[in-house]
Design a protein around this ligand. Sequence first.
Ligand SMILES: [Zn+2]
Length: 209
Amino acid sequence: MRKHLRTTLPLALAAMFHATFVGADHRPLTIWVFPHDELADISDEQLHQDYFANWLAEMREIKDVPIEIHFRRQAPGLTDLAYREMDSLSALSAWSDATGAWRRQQNNPGAMARYLLLTRDPLDQEGTTLGLAHQTGKTAIASIHSYATPGHELGHTLSATHEASEVLFNGWFCETYMFPTRLSIRSNCYRYSDSNRENIATYLKRLQH
Ligand SMILES: [Zn+2]
């Protein structure tokens, strides 16, 4: 037994160091997007183009982290979440429970993963809650009501804040992703403010090490 230990231990340690070394800076940020069953009429390609292409370009500006976006459809217990029957906080909590169960089932614990439910409608009757996320949490819900909402909610999960958002002017006024209230007269900047870019870059660096 002793002999066995002595011979295997250095190997095991070496393997561990190797994994840590190789893993650093190469671990992708994985965004699991679950389009709600009610979005069956919009293809993944269309959703990607309308809601994620600009966000991906912005993320590439912020930090050199590979980002993978995976779409998952028709997952019972997930893509059929009855969010209309709940208030927005209950919906987010139900979504977090559902993705937690899915993650364990898939053996997919990654610290570098985010789980986003895309819905057709806002999360309240008044139509003012376009999405919801826990600050630096793994889960978020975004309606497709505004093109900037997925970027806004994913921003929350990556430590960006409303307080650091801005209205910019480049020929016309635009709102950065984290601006809390959408004003339709202004356009989307499809970028984060400089201080939110810093928040996200610092946070991703910490996640990777
Ligand atoms: Zn927000």
